[in-house]
Ligand binder design. Structure first.
Ligand SMILES: [Zn+2]
Length: 283
């Protein structure tokens, strides 16, 4: 009888763990989209009387509905607090400027305590996604890299005229970019960065700006990271530099990427965040 008990016991354990995985997979993510613009306000996140739901929110809402996920979208900085964060799995920033100031769009700022709560929440296992303008947020003043830039992994410096560039996947099996083809040629506004957090960065995709006959001198540089991720304490953070243009948001590849980003940020599967900058980014 004792001989029989062992396999039964193993079977039960395997079944229990399979059930735990199934239960985890059934938990739909709760997502908070935050789009306050203390600095420049992008048209994709603009809310007007004629269009009270921004372009980005509309697309994200159709996606999260499809996923069975819950989405709250806000420009109110007071929503970034410990209590709100404790009730969500993933926070998406499409923001600009110093968010502790009222700034350009006039919506209430985030308190310094709120920002600290965000960092603590990510460290405690939360999932952060920054899109496009997110690196134009809490930029350095007086030479010191801000805590936000350290977390998100880079700081916006400049961009030129929009053009079609190639986004090349460099982490082929990564769950956060499953939908991204090996190479995706797309028209967008291409940010250039400083203060890349090379030490902690797992680069997911590079921007190839040199090909395609792009004449702008500023982009005659080696390929550089445009989508990346990292571990942050027990949590996960990802930045995707795309998403200036309305038609990028509408593109099935971008939409599916958001889907993949959200599930990864929620904590599904391996984090897969080992730093790889030196291996994948050309000198
Ligand atoms: Zn832009």
């Amino acid at each position: 009888m004792i001989r029989m008990a062992a396999p039964v016991c193993i079977f039960a354990a395997v079944l229990a763990s399979a059930m735990a995985v199934a239960a985890e997979e059934q938990t739909a993510p709760r997502v908070l989209l935050f789009t306050k613009s203390a600095g420049f306000e992008h048209s994709v996140i603009k809310e007007t009387r004629r269009q009270p739901v921004s372009h980005a929110e509309g697309i994200l809402r159709s996606l999260t509905d499809e996923m069975g996920a819950v989405l709250e979208s806000t420009k109110d900085g007071r929503r970034i607090n410990k209590e709100t964060l404790s009730s969500v799995d993933v926070v998406i920033f499409y923001t600009s400027g110093n968010l502790t100031e009222k700034g350009n769009d006039g919506h209430p700022p985030v308190t310094p305590e709120g920002m600290n709560a965000l960092f603590d929440w990510i460290r405690g296992g939360g999932g952060f996604i920054g899109l496009h303008a997110a690196t134009d947020t809490f930029k350095s003043e007086g030479g010191a890299t801000t805590a936000f830039t350290e977390m998100i992994g880079g700081e916006f410096v400049t961009h030129g005229e929009q053009f079609k560039a190639s986004v090349r996947k460099v982490s082929p099996d990564h769950a956060a970019v499953r939908a991204l083809p090996d190479v995706w040629a797309v028209q967008d506004e291409w940010y250039m960065f400083a203060r890349l957090n090379k030490e902690h960065m797992h680069v997911l995709a590079l921007l190839e700006t040199g090909g395609g006959g792009n004449p702008q001198k500023m982009y005659q540089v080696p390929d550089y990271p445009i989508i990346w991720c990292r571990s942050y304490g027990d949590g996960r953070a990802l930045y995707n530099g795309l998403g200036h243009r309305e038609d990028v948001w509408e593109h099935p590849v971008f939409r599916q990427m958001l889907h993949d980003h959200i599930l990864w940020a929620q904590g599904r599967g391996d984090a897969h965040t080992e730093p790889n900058y030196a291996e994948v980014v050309p000198e």
